[in-house]
Ligand binder design. Structure first.
Ligand code: GRF
Length: 221
């Protein structure tokens, strides 16, 4: 008998384009998982509509409906557990989580961040990457630990920063890669191929390309 699909919970606050990428890759069978629940802390998040269109159960759990963070997080933990969620994916979820939530899903909580961590944790990262003069930025999927944007890295995608980039054009280029990266990372998790060893995540039976390099500007002939 085939193994049951990994049950994933996705936390969003907004557009949910990463959620859509997960929905699409799961629907076509390239990620051996299913989304059991989408939680938004914003009732108007477009991602809720995306989930409903895909027939996925949704919950709005508004942080302001609770006296403090701990009660808010307990409500999310209860909803995720009731849905049988095994892996939680943060996908544009705009609340910082406390150790209470993080410990409840230790080792099974992923986030996607629009920069090449450990460079540029936090907010406004596209503008900060441009201002730094770096030739690259990108996206990172990482396990969530108690320090914000600092957990073991699962996968990264690098994109060039172009001379005339604005925060918006760079964000769009990064987002395109996020949509490839997050499903890939979830698929590796679902296949039990991620092994955390300190800060490093080993990918079991992964392919490595020692010569792979993205050079910016491209070498001239
Ligand atoms: C993405 O850039 C993600 O890296 C960041 O928030 C954004 C969410 O976009 N954490 P979307 O809601 O998935 O479209």
């Amino acid at each position: 008998m085939a193994e049951p699909l990994l049950a994933v919970g996705v936390l969003i606050s907004g557009s949910g384009s990463n959620l859509q990428a997960l929905i699409d890759r799961m629907a076509e069978g390239s990620v051996p998982a299913r989304i059991a629940l989408v939680i938004s802390n914003q009732a108007e998040a477009y991602g809720l509509e995306r989930a409903r269109l895909a027939g996925i159960p949704t919950r709005v759990i508004h942080h302001r409906a609770f006296p403090d963070r701990q009660h808010f997080e307990q409500a999310m933990i209860a909803a995720l557990n009731a849905a049988g969620v095994e892996l939680v994916c943060l996908a544009g979820f705009m609340r910082v989580l406390t150790p209470c939530f993080i410990r409840a899903f230790q080792g099974r909580l992923l986030n996607i961040h629009p920069a090449l961590l450990p460079a540029f944790p936090g907010l406004h990262v596209q503008q900060r990457a441009i201002d730094s003069g770096a030739r690259f930025s990108g996206a990172t999927v990482h396990f969530v630990t108690e320090e914000v944007d600092a957990g073991p890295i699962v996968a990264q995608a690098a994109v060039p920063i172009l001379d005339h980039d604005t925060a918006q054009t760079l964000a769009a280029r990064i987002l395109t890669q996020e949509h490839r990266l997050y499903p890939m990372a979830v698929s590796l998790f679902a296949q039990k191929r991620l092994q955390i060893s300190g800060q490093r995540v080993h990918i079991l039976n992964g392919r490595e390309e020692p010569e792979a390099a993205l050079i910016v500007p491209p070498p001239e002939p």
